[in-house]
Design a protein around this ligand. Sequence first.
Ligand SMILES: *Cc1c(COP(=O)(O)O)cnc(C)c1O
Length: 432
Amino acid sequence: MTMDPMASIERHESSVRSYVRNFPTVFEKAQGSWMQDIKGDRYLDFFAGASVLNYGHNHPELKKVLIEYLTGDNITHSLDMASVARAEFLDTFYRLILKPRNMEYQVQFPGPTGTNAVEAALKIARKVKGREKIMSFTSAFHGMTLGSLSVTGNAFKRQGAGLPLTHSDSMPYCNYFGPEHNTIDYIDQMLGDSGSGMDKPAAAIVETVQAEGGVNVADWDWLQGLQEICRRHDMLLIVDDIQTGNGRCGSFFSFEPAGLSPDIVTVSKSLSGYGLPFAITLVKPEYDIWEPGEHNGTFRGHNPAFVTAAKALELYWQDDAFEQVIARRGEMMRSFLERLCSKYPEAEGTARGRGMMQAVEFGNQELASQISHVAFRNKLIIETAGPDDEVLKLLPPLTTEDADLQKGLDVIEKSLVTAMQELGITRKAGSQ
Ligand SMILES: *Cc1c(COP(=O)(O)O)cnc(C)c1O
């Protein structure tokens, strides 16, 4: 083994590296909800690779089908030529996900990452409607390539583009001006007024919960309102379900409880189930007007990822048992966070989230980052979100056993207490 792996990384890897700075140890092994570093220290994972590992690290049954696939000399790379694994993934996805939900989509393999799925979605929407603009939302996050960045809110990420990001209009997300203003009415009026100065967009792209943007939760009726104005103003609705999908927010697609029927849906992150890069763009059949090869790419559908993805669907999405587990664990997380906020009023915390994507925003903007640092010392991996990292975001694997989940929540409380001491946040007079 390399003598000092961290030194090698610091010596050779670009300064753009980021998570390694927040979690400065060298990981070697992982299983389920636990990661282990080279010193043998075990860390409980409440980040799950930003929700790539919804079924945990190295899931034994997914690993088994992957190894069997590899040792059998089954084809690994085949561009988008036909393969057995490809067909089996498509059949399984149709049988277990689309058909039971009465959904009709063509599946596009846009390239292996989330931003590839978003780029494909934006392109096809523009092609269908023959318009340039895309409507996006404040605090949105859709990826780092230029098209995805143009619909992303974060100013720091945007300036990294080094050129103007155009052909998009940012509109206020749900509750952007507080709960008393319905931003759908505002958007509707802007779209309907020939004097608003706004060119009609081809589509709106939205996250049902803005994960990177700070776990901002859109109300169901706001999302239904958005779909309604998209229809009325002849725009497509794109739901970016890359982080919120694959069960994270409670159902396979996050928008199911709202009864939405988006024209285009992007899915990635936990889709392979095993942490293998894999993304799809779902397009309603009537809008699947691509010419063959018009949107191309070398890694459009990776056979090993097809195999683990199909197996993950078989394991978890045959019926609604897993959804019930997610609902129960999500509730366990949420009620813990609400108790935490009332127990420590000086933290000025507010809990929010959906399913097993839960979060707390604190009064002091530095508190969430400090908790993340202290939690790391206490062997819990937990990240922040929001434009100023002001939100503590909980993303444990959905398969985390209740006892481990409780263990992680207890570490959060302990870390909150230490972080407040370190930042000099003191108890308010009158609190217990
Ligand atoms: C992570 C993410 C992306 C980008 O995915 P990459 O694989 O990092 O390109 C896009 N949209 C959302 C909502 C995401 O969470």
